[in-house]
Design a protein around this ligand. Sequence first.
Ligand code: CA2
Length: 151
Amino acid sequence: MKTAFVLNGPNLNLLGSREPTVYGHQTLADVQALCERACAANGLKLEFRQSNHEGELVDWIHEAGRQQAAGKAAGVILNAGAYTHTSIALHDAVKGAGVTLIELHISNVHAREAFRHHSYLSPVAQAVMAGFGVNGYALAVAGLAQMDAPA
Ligand code: CA2
């Protein structure tokens, strides 16, 4: 069974505690449980992580890339939080690792402030998902499983 890496960036540990109109009421632990169910339904194993540190996210993308190259991982679903809009390091990490990437956002970033409209990750992502709320994580898991399935 292959692993789906679901990686979460800065401040997503605060999910459910503030800004419920933008991000909903569910906590990151709720999102992890939702991802567990989605992975089980799609024949994937889950590796779910959150970090407030850019370099740690870079290391995890490299790890996922090595596992994918070894046939042990399907790819990465990444909600990079605000690093989406700032991080050339994450862009380079995805490119360098050669990993399959689904970029994910809980909110519709294009309906928000202009500084959220640009993403350094979209050019190196296979797919981009935004605006489905936390249910987007389950949809992304299903999408990653389909991308990995033989044609
Ligand atoms: O919509 C998304 O998922 C975002 O990636 C979330 C980021 C934001 O910087 C992106 O533009 C869009 C912010 C994550 C912080 O989440 C919080 C949740 C609750 C309370 C405070 C922050």
